[in-house]
Ligand binder design. Structure first.
Ligand SMILES: Cc1ncc(COP(=O)(O)O)c(C=O)c1O
Ligand SMILES: [Zn+2]
Length: 399
């Protein structure tokens, strides 16, 4: 099935201005709005595995894909709720959904002759970018908010050989600095999600859900930080509609943590533009973002899909993380558990009907944030190898 054959464009999501793609064009020259990629030739012809299975819906590149088989992650049926599925993105090569975008963005960076790639991150973008850059022979430079990144993600980034710039401030400060550097010094190619080519790779999560279910679900639930992933999902759903592959699109539902919830707040108050949060706070460090760069795209995704966004407390997030681990066998980091906490809240508030086909995007692996698991109640004993077996048995039964 083919869409219109034409030239690939960048289109402003705010004023609709259209521009010829250029590697460093990320903002509308007319109004400063975000740009999205409009591919000239969309073809639904899935072949092979992972992100590049959807090559016909991805940008054409001269360089061959920098890939580690990312994507093709499991869609796991819930044991606890009818109609509920978990899209477990922790099984990507670096343990988060970011790899879907990085395989595409890194390939584009090579096409554009980049030597150094740069990103600010709450942790996962950094480790993913570092892995793909290492593989491509590019130099990864990451900007991290000091004392605000989970241990596993820091160690991953170090292991992949990233140069780390610790910013004494928030993620929002880190991304402003990284953007300034890449604007003023052209030798750094930016890989944050305002780079619309990266979001093209992130679209594939939705294509997989659609193929695995054999239809569009009623709703997709995303934890929202910088708001790129939910925007990419909506773009993917619209493309399948446009191509006639799907006859329905799901509602796009966002979840944010209280203390870092400008999008959920804008949705609940019906604002056209979010009120940014100066000092975002939540235990879910991956979504501790007060000034989401993709807010325009995310609000469009939520409103046009008849979706909504809610906020959840840290207590609800931690409880959701525990339930997913102990009752579903899935360990996720707190930001990802926010999807489940949000689902429970939306059920309670009647924003989702019981039995609806709903997919929770579980964005990152729990082992990336070991500190978040330390509060789990453990059942343990210490024994000598010579312990009496009857006594051991009695003790184990008593726990
Ligand atoms: C684990 C995890 N979940 C959710 C998000 C939020 O994604 P987005 O910034 O695309 O909204 C992030 C982003 O850093 C993340 O690392
Ligand atoms: Zn514009």
């Amino acid at each position: 099935m083919n869409g219109d054959v034409g030239e690939t464009l960048l289109r402003c999501v705010s004023c609709g201005g259209e521009y010829k793609p250029s590697p460093r064009l990320f903002r509308c020259p007319r109004c400063g709005g975000l740009l999205e990629v409009v591919l000239g030739n969309l073809t639904w012809s899935p072949r092979g595995k992972g992100v590049w299975r959807y090559r016909g819906l991805l940008p054409q590149t001269k360089a061959s894909p920098v890939t580690m088989g990312e994507g093709s992650t499991p869609l796991i049926a819930s044991r606890l709720h009818k109609g509920l599925y978990y899209k477990f993105e922790g099984s990507n090569p670096t343990g988060s959904f970011k790899d879907r975008g990085m395989t595409v963005a890194t390939t584009i960076a090579l096409d554009n002759g980049a030597r150094s790639v740069i990103a600010a991150s709450t942790g996962n973008t950094a480790s993913s970018m570092a892995a793909y850059a290492s593989r491509a022979g590019l130099r990864p430079v990451i900007f991290l908010p000091r004392n605000k990144v989970a241990k596993g993600k820091i160690l991953q980034s170090i292991a992949y050989g990233a140069v780390i710039v610790w910013v004494e401030g928030s993620f929002d400060d880190a991304i402003s600095l990284a953007m300034k550097l890449s604007e003023e010094k052209q030798s750094y190619y930016p890989m944050n999600s305002f780079n619309p080519w990266r979001l093209e790779g992130q679209k594939t999560l939705y294509y997989e859900v659609f193929e695995d279910l054999g239809k569009a679900p009623d709703a997709m639930v995303y934890p929202v930080g910088n708001a790129g992933n939910i925007s990419a999902g909506w773009k993917a759903a619209q493309e399948l509609l446009m191509l006639g592959v799907a006859d329905e699109a799901p509602r796009f539902l966002g979840v944010q943590a209280k203390g870092a919830s400008p999008i959920a707040d804008a949705v609940s108050r019906g604002l056209d533009k979010p009120v940014f949060v100066d000092r975002p706070e939540t235990a879910a460090s991956a979504i501790r973002i007060g000034k989401p760069v993709n807010w325009q795209k995310a609000l469009k995704a939520i409103r046009e899909s008849n979706g909504t966004a809610v906020m959840v407390s840290d207590e609800e997030i931690i409880q959701a993380q525990r339930t997913l681990a102990r009752r579903e066998g899935i360990i996720v980091e707190p930001a990802s558990a926010a999807s489940y906490a949000g689902y429970l809240r939306m059920l309670e508030e009647g924003l989702i009907d019981r039995g609806d086909t709903v997919v929770l995007v579980l964005t990152g692996h729990g082992l990336k944030d070991p500190a978040s698991l330390e509060s789990m109640v453990s059942n343990e004993i210490i024994v000598k190898p010579s312990v009496d077996i009857d006594e051991l048995d009695r003790t184990l039964r008593a726990i």
